[in-house]
Ligand binder design. Structure first.
Ligand SMILES: NC(=O)c1ccc[n+]([C@@H]2O[C@H](COP(=O)([O-])OP(=O)(O)OC[C@H]3O[C@@H](n4cnc5c(N)ncnc54)[C@H](O)[C@@H]3O)[C@@H](O)[C@H]2O)c1
Length: 314
């Protein structure tokens, strides 16, 4: 991994991954691309719509990229509102990125999601290899994407790698329309208003991870010895599993008067109910040494500190 091109680089993950990769591999060696413009000038940036296969190929070739990190996608809640757009962007963008990687000999990374599981998947300690019959368009895209990445590896020898991310919590870019977004919003509202109304019902467990652990996981998997990888794509990774009351309790350790109420959104609740309560990350741990450093309380402490500064309240 020496010359890296990132798609969807202005999203929740990309906006922090670009900085992390520039700090490791050098500012000029990481090409950020997105369909929208940015004011960030820390390194090269190009406008790219990932459904434009030719431009994607040309940008990667001109940059001399040896690695493609494909992040552009429509997330779970938005994909349910616009299923056809989700299919075209999530599948069209992915196959274009895989084709460019095949043609130019690039190493390849893209994230799958806990959304690749469905109601018939074992709900607790969900195994790495298990039943995947998701009921959302996002889930259909993610399962197809996992299989497509495996196919490009076995059929064409492309060095494809990937993880199934849980809900990611971060304090830089706002999340982009996922089902777990409440677990980011709650920290902003706790600081700004001292209260939060959750659209996810009490008692709904989902896996989550703090962004620094997610970024490290990407670097670690991409740098891992390929001889040790049995799965290559779609590794289960997670740092914690909690329900809304538990994140509220963690916040109350710092903001004792914090109040939580509920106005459940049936659409997002239905998606959440179809996902596992907790997943088993043992394959990622044994094959490439995945580990997460933040638990719920460590993440809450850091989120509140960083957001208070960001919102200029200290
Ligand atoms: N954030 C999470 O909690 C999470 C969890 C599991 C998996 N993932 C996966 O990680 C990847 C990145 O997620 P994210 O949270 O950063 O998403 P995001 O929605 O925050 O960002 C997506 C980015 O893609 C860009 N984009 C949209 N359409 C585009 C197009 N046609 N061409 C180029 N760029 C386009 C958007 O402008 C945006 O900057 C996705 O594959 C997502 O499914 C994310």
């Amino acid at each position: 991994m020496e010359r890296i091109m990132i798609t969807g680089a202005l999203g929740q993950i990309g906006s922090e991954l670009v900085g992390k990769m520039r700090s490791i591999y050098g500012n000029d060696n990481v090409l950020a691309t997105d369909i929208r413009q940015t004011a960030d000038q820390s390194g090269p940036f190009e406008i790219l719509d990932v459904t434009d296969a030719q431009r994607m190929h040309d940008l990667a070739k001109d940059f001399g990229a040896d690695t493609m990190v494909h992040m552009a996608a429509l997330l779970s809640a938005t994909a349910e509102e616009k299923p056809l757009l989700a299919w075209n962007l999530n599948m069209g963008g992915l196959v274009n990125a895989l084709e460019a990687s095949r043609e130019l000999g690039m190493q390849f990374f893209t994230p799958s999601s806990i959304g690749a599981f469905g109601p018939s998947t074992p709900k607790n300690n969900t195994p790495q290899d298990t039943l995947q019959r998701p009921t959302t368009m996002y889930g259909v895209n993610k399962v197809a994407g996992e299989l497509l990445c495996d196919y490009y590896h076995t059929k064409f020898g492309v060095d494809t790698r990937g993880v199934r991310f849980p809900g990611l919590i971060s304090n830089v870019a706002q999340p982009g329309g996922g089902t777990t977004d409440y677990a980011v919003d709650i920290y902003y509202k706790a600081i700004e208003q001292g209260s939060y109304t959750s659209y996810i019902a009490e008692g709904t467990y989902m896996d989550m991870m703090y962004m620094p652990d997610a970024l490290q996981a990407i670097v670690d998997l991409m740098e891992a010895d390929p001889a040790k990888l049995i799965h290559r794509n779609a590794f289960n990774v997670t740092a914690m599993s909690f329900e809304p009351e538990q994140i509220a309790a963690s916040i109350r350790k710092h903001i004792p008067d914090f109040k939580m109420s509920y106005a459940v959104d049936p659409a997002r609740q239905e998606i959440a109910d179809s996902w596992p309560d907790s997943i088993d990350a043992s394959a990622a741990k044994s094959e490439w040494g995945f580990k997460a450093s933040y638990d719920l309380d460590a993440m809450t402490f850091d989120m509140l500190e960083k957001l208070k500064k960001k919102l200029q309240l200290v």
